[in-house]
Design a protein. Sequence first.
Length: 322
Amino acid sequence: MSWYRNTVWFVKGLREYTRCGYESASKHFNPADVEVDVAGRSFLVTGANSGIGKATAKEIARRGGTVHLVCRNKERAEVAKEEIVTETGNQNIFLHIVDLSNPKEIWKFAEKFQNEHKLNVLINNAGCMVNNRELTEDGLEKNFATNTLGTYIMTTALVPLLEKAADARVITVSSGGMLVQKLDISDLQSGNGPFDGTMVYAQNKRQQVVLTEQWAKAHRNIHFSVMHPGWADTPAVRSSMPDFYERMKNSLRTEAQGADTVLWLAVSAEATKLPSGLFFQDRQPVPTHLPLAYTHSPPEDEEKLMELLEEFSQKFKSVSLG
């Protein structure tokens, strides 16, 4: 069945996820949706020093928002911050250095952030695709630590702050690659069998979709969404998927095109008219499963995922906060 999923996903991708797909979809966009002033609203963007994260942060800054850049690499982050301030004229750009694969660091950051700032919109953009099985200093498989557990902890740690805000939103940048994966809670850290970084990444992205759906049920005062940016020309794609990049580089979306739906979900009034918990592509909610792909999971598996992540989360919280 995996060959079927992969084939259908790739054919779908050639039609919808490339630059041509964006250009076709954008004919139906309403430019006024994102021509808004968000001065006085606070946005936190993870993985904001390059790619879709930086493109999103820059567009929010252009609209007057206060932007918190959460990045791992201090040097690259400072360059990104300077670029955003220079190009937008917005001085309300703040930098935080956090390794999203380190759960203790995330807890410490979130605790400090809650005491010092307000937050209206959290954008979970940071991610990685490590092609060989690599463990963090905490013994966590790095893709899982960053993409799934890091996203889980950052979100749950900041939910209390978001619940105090007007029109609070959480947007998670996922991937259409998740369509080839059924949720698998039996081996969250990919320790059994051969390791395929691309499929591990796709599984993590499926997990993010499930997280979004579960959070939407649990936190009614916050609007949750998850999205696929399409196939965009970003540093992450070039470094993690060099063969794919070489094959597709002339058809890839720009970073700004990849970030368009993130921006729309973050700032437009139209986005929150739709139900919380949906999966988006090019400003439209789309199905989270391919036809006949058999990727649906029983509700108990989705609930178990939340339980397992909460166990991981609390273990590291108790260590980080003493």
